[in-house]
Ligand binder design. Sequence first.
Ligand code: GAR
Length: 192
Amino acid sequence: MKTRLAVLGSGSGSNCQSIFNAIDDGRLNAEVVAVYSDNPEAYILERARLRGVPAEVLDCRGYKNKFPLETQAALAERLQELRVDLICLAGFMRLVKAPLLEAFPRRILNIHPALLPAFPGVEAWKQALQAGAARTGCTVHYVDAGMDTGEVIMQAQVPVLPGDTAESLHARIQVQEHILYPAAILSALARL
Ligand code: GAR
């Protein structure tokens, strides 16, 4: 039986693409059954449509950062109808709360561009650069009610190099993210 995944993202969706790629080359025996974004312009939606995966915009009622609880409850119900096994947050920039967490306990994963617990929050690669860190990386963790606080599943390290800009460092982290996320999904499935 293929694992049924849903992916939520707010941006370009390169991590979602890395999950598609891992499915296509046989690393993951899974299927992405739906992709959701809070941002109607996000390229992640286009990536899903190009693959024939249903892609929907989440109604966040015009709030800049909030993920309305009614929207989360409706999404939880829909994902249960779709018999989703795991929800993968891939660059999703809103906090998931009780309606989803209670419907999918230990079944929601997030990828974060730093070695948590270091540098939680937004633009973690910039935080690492500004802090003068010699190394940073990326983390896949279970999602809990905090911001980037859930139990770590897997991490990968990345050096910060002399002359790095925010862009060059983020690009180096993303190379590792694209390897790490599919591997961490497998690890989480083995622990279910
Ligand atoms: C990724 O680097 C991901 O780690 C980060 O957003 C980027 C999304 O890229 N997530 C966070 O910062 C979450 N706190 P993508 O849309 O190309 O996958």
